[in-house]
Design a protein around this ligand. Structure first.
Ligand code: DX5
Ligand code: ZN
Length: 224
């Protein structure tokens, strides 16, 4: 199976977000990545639950909501109500990670855990049974358009082993500086989902061509 592509609307025209969501849906996006920033956990402010709710009728694809907010707990119900299908949180964004993940799972949607470049892979161990997705940040969170940090590839490999050992189908997604070249490396390291803002919205081709170029990073069938 080729990788799932989750374009980040952070790189879209914020004056026309509904159109952007419809366009990437039509171009073959598997999920819609929505970056929520609070100006506190990260040095930038973006989208709240009202905007997520307003975007919901524009696509039936899963909304992959990345919360870069602290504390996250008070806002989790509003994002669930707004139509999030996956909510991912950072382990250092609140006092009780397990409780936060439980609150997402109890609502019947998928839960993700996000690892910043400085966060070790082991942080997933005590909560692995609650996770539907692990999101590896390959840039420091806060902005689109940054360069991929290659040291994160080793962490992707470690997480792939941890996921395989569970026998469960936990998505392993990478976010930050993903382009057709770095996508190949992420997939070879074991990722199966990719977030891309600049590479989709500001890439060389149409949205469909840009998404296809990212999928082209799938491991090639070995030629004998
Ligand atoms: C960064 C965000 C990313 C960002 C990726 O904090 O979490 O999702 O939009 O943008 P690119 O693909 O441009 O690095
Ligand atoms: Zn993100």
């Amino acid at each position: 199976m080729s990788a799932l592509i989750s374009p980040s609307i952070l790189s879209a025209d914020f004056a026309a977000l509904g159109e952007a969501v419809r366009d990437i849906d039509a171009a073959g996006a598997d999920m819609i990545h929505i970056d929520v920033m609070d100006g506190h956990y990260v040095p930038n402010l973006t989208i709240g639950p009202m905007v997520v709710k307003a975007l919901r009728p524009h696509s039936e694809k899963p909304f992959d909501v990345h919360l870069m907010i602290s504390p996250a707990d008070p806002f989790i119900p509003a994002f669930i109500d707004a139509g999030a299908d996956i909510i991912s949180i950072h382990p250092d964004a609140g006092p009780h990670l397990h409780r936060s993940l439980q609150s997402i799972k109890d609502a019947g949607i998928k839960a993700g855990l996000v690892l910043n470049p400085g966060t070790p892979a082991d942080v997933v161990d005590p909560v692995l049974d609650l996770l539907d997705m692990i999101l590896v940040m390959s840039v420091n969170p806060g902005y689109g358009g940054q360069s991929f940090i290659p040291s994160q590839l080793e962490k992707i490999k470690i997480l792939r082993e941890k996921i395989d050992a569970t026998g469960r189908d936990i998505l392993l997604e990478v976010d930050g500086g993903v382009n057709p070249e770095t996508a190949k490396e992420c997939l070879a390291a074991g990722a199966n989902a990719l977030v891309a803002g600049s590479a989709v919205f500001k890439g060389k081709g149409s949205y469909a061509e840009n998404i296809t170029a990212l999928r082209g990073g799938a491991p090639l069938t070995k030629v004998a």
